[in-house]
Design a protein around this ligand. Sequence first.
Ligand code: F6R
Length: 365
Amino acid sequence: GKGGHRHFMAKEIFEQPQVIGDTLNAMFNPAERTITLPDLPFDLGAVPRITMIACGTASLAGLVGKYWIERFAGVAVDWDLASEFRYRAPVMAEGGLAVFISQSGETADTLAALRYCKQQGQHCLAIVNAPESSIAREADAVLPTLAGPEIGVASTKAFTTQLVVLACLAIALGRARGTMDRETEARLSGTLTEVPSRAAEVLNHDGRIKALAEETITPARDVLYLGRGTSYPLALEGALKLKEISYIHAEGYAAGEMKHGPIALIDDSVPVVVIAPSDDLFDKTASNVQEVVARGGKAVVFSDAAGVARLKDLALEAIALPAVDPFVAPILYAIPVQLLAYHTAVDKGTDVDQPRNLAKAVTVE
Ligand code: F6R
């Protein structure tokens, strides 16, 4: 059942504190504050380069993973959409690692990309939610997301648990390569253990986000989402969620790309959702908010108390989420963009769990 919720999507959004914790606990040792992955049939420390491949929301988890792995483990990561990868002539490093991310484990393009990479001699690691799936079976090793069954077509808890696994992979890679010291591992894994309770706090903003959806997003024809760094994939994810369940046109952009084109779209009818946790890119994002507001755009800001204090006079609405280490911010900031899309769709009366034209697993290309 829906656990007292009106839709599976709502149930699955609200399950996130639990399933994020479950997924992390399978890899986190509390005594040593270290991360242990399941045994892998290859040496993680010897991987020269990584290719990250997926579709849709899973690909956006992978994009966050790229930023994390490059920053914390110092390994180059090529990021690809499975549907592009399989028809290109991709060049991969010998002995490289290919990572496939999939909730269903049955996505046709992702599975085809996995088969190609195996043929090319890449080590193939799958991050999947369905343990009995084709992708789980055919990969050399599996890092499971313990999200439980996801029924709503729009991926929510699968996404945040994919992020948890990727965060653990970044830490494990850093240690295996000797690029991350014990202290950093303890600090980063410690910040991950705080995510379930912080995620529960984020869910307390549900009512305010519902009001925001109804007042500002439902009436809009177009919505822009902006973010920088690991908030950029979150902007893409926010836009994807909104368009797939509410049928409102939405685009996610790297905040720094605004002045390369999309700023031409801004007027007082376009809400601009800004993902802006306090991190070392905050000031840059804040100046993009200024540019949006100067052109009449309605900025809706998701930040923390410090960020909201800086932007509340400019923004139409600014919601303060709990302050967290920037490392884990993408996991938390996924939740308000899910809720914003969910409440907009409910308000518009669309079929939230089964949006038109979409299937839960895309088993045809
Ligand atoms: C969006 C969504 C899709 C899937 C994509 C990949 O909410 O659910 O974009 O993320 O179809 O599916 P999996 O993860 O099953 O490979």
